[in-house]
Design a protein around this ligand. Structure first.
Ligand code: NAD
Ligand code: MG
Length: 396
């Protein structure tokens, strides 16, 4: 029996993770869960999975949850605020911590989990984008193990040899005879829209991803391909890769989830339905395979698999992310912070779709993007970048 703590339990990844756990109740026990403010979803989780500890980032929601659990005769220790979330993440009782909080908010809880030396099943790519090097130094120091949940990184992971799989963050791609990591992305809902029409894109249109069903922030990131940019940076840290080791390929059907080419000319790809329960099951079960509830691909129903290069005029955010990746951790932290502020402003109709890239570019030009050597420095850089981003948003 393995104890699991699920951070971001009420979100899209959280819900898919619970569905995998539901199928394996004899193998996994849900020890603790954390989320922001969805009280009713949390009540349902406590009812079904009976975790010992529950943290709500929103203090009012924590109080409300406590009351509702009492009324229903259910028991779980309820913690509140950012400290409560960090406490359940780092209490040391979990064998596996699933990091599925969205955005920079997930960084401190994930680091708290790393310090317990457990297995980290990581969906929260923003945490790596902000802190990659410091994160993996902590992984080494505390003997933690990282397994990717992001579908592309899970695909790459599955294509790599075992020695690389058990050494994420430090693996030697040359020794594994890797030629390139081929990071695929669907290109989002506006892949084929006339460029002119992007000026008037609404939040509802941006959230309606053609293939994947995801939370609102990552859905907008998929439309701008900032998501692929963040994943580019994520891949660099996870697979100890250089910028030149990774190539982004647009693959509209999202059947291939990414590929690895080797020096002998062989290319391995991982294929499957666009359903996050597969990469979640891979991370929870590794090195075993678990059933996940995902249907098999039906090759007779697949009409075509196509590929093309990303166009940086259509996807300026991808270019900005790749440039930030070259500059280093200060730049990637600023990029991420600026993007979170810009996407939030776009979702609240404060700026237009095309302004997202302008805000990110503006922050990268104005911010001081030196190297960072501690989580406190990362968080301070994140805070300053948000301030700059908010002032740019305010002036639009
Ligand atoms: P979501 O918005 O659906 O869910 C986010 C979760 O985080 C919710 O449970 C929310 O309550 C919780 N949360 C937010 N702020 C919090 C805080 N301060 N403290 C505690 N909990 C907090 O997002 P999602 O789509 O599930 O994405 C989660 C993460 O996984 C993101 O980093 C995303 O990039 C990554 N990811 C998602 C997918 C996907 O298919 N959804 C795929 C790959 C990677
Ligand atoms: Mg992904």
């Amino acid at each position: 029996m393995r104890n699991v703590t699920l951070l971001g339990a009420t979100g899209s990844i959280g819900t898919s993770t619970l569905d995998v756990l539901r199928r394996h109740k004899d193998e996994f026990k849900l020890h603790a869960v954390a989320a922001s403010s969805s009280v009713d979803k949390m009540v349902a989780i406590v009812q079904e999975f009976k975790p010992e500890r529950v943290a709500m980032h929103n203090e009012k929601s924590a109080q409300e949850l406590n009351q509702k659990l009492k009324d229903l005769g259910l028991y779980a220790e309820v913690l509140a605020g950012a400290c409560g979330v960090e406490e359940v993440a780092g209490d040391g009782a979990a064998d596996v911590v699933v990091g599925a909080i969205v955005g920079a908010a997930g960084l401190k809880p994930v680091i708290a989990a790393v310090k317990t030396g457990c297995v980290i099943a990581l969906a929260n790519k923003e945490a790596l984008v902000m802190s990659g090097q410091i994160f993996f130094e902590a992984v080494k120091k505390y003997g933690a193990k990282v397994l990717p949940v992001d579908s592309e990184h899970s695909a790459i992971f599955q294509c790599l040899p075992y020695e690389a799989q058990i050494n994420l963050g430090y693996c030697d791609l040359k020794q594994a005879n890797v030629n390139k990591i081929l990071l695929t992305g669907s290109g989002g809902p506006f892949r084929d829209s006339p460029l002119e029409s992007l000026k008037t894109v609404t939040a509802a249109q941006a959230i309606a991803h053609p293939v994947w069903s995801m939370g609102p922030k990552i859905s907008v990131d998929s439309a701008t391909m900032m998501n692929k940019g963040l994943e580019f940076i994520e891949a660099r840290y996870l697979f100890n890769a250089t910028d030149d080791d990774i190539k982004v390929v647009i693959h509209p059907q999202s059947v291939i989830h990414s590929m690895v080419s080797f020096t002998d000319g062989a290319i391995l790809a991982q294929l499957g339905q666009p359903d996050m329960r597969t990469p979640i099951a891979v991370a929870l079960g590794f090195p075993q395979r678990l059933t996940s509830g995902v249907d098999m691909l039906d090759f007779e129903k697949l009409s075509e698999l196509t590929f093309r290069s990303p166009d940086f005029v259509r996807y300026p955010c991808l270019k900005l992310a790749m440039q930030a990746s070259k500059s280093g951790q200060g730049a990637t932290t600023c990029l991420n912070a600026a993007n979170e502020v810009a996407v939030d402003a776009f979702l609240h109709n404060q700026i237009a779709y095309l302004d997202i890239a302008k805000v990110v570019d503006g922050v990268l030009q104005k911010a001081n993007v030196g190297s960072l050597s501690s989580i406190d420095e990362v968080l301070e850089t994140d805070r300053k970048a948000r301030e700059i981003a908010k002032s740019i948003v305010g002036a639009i």
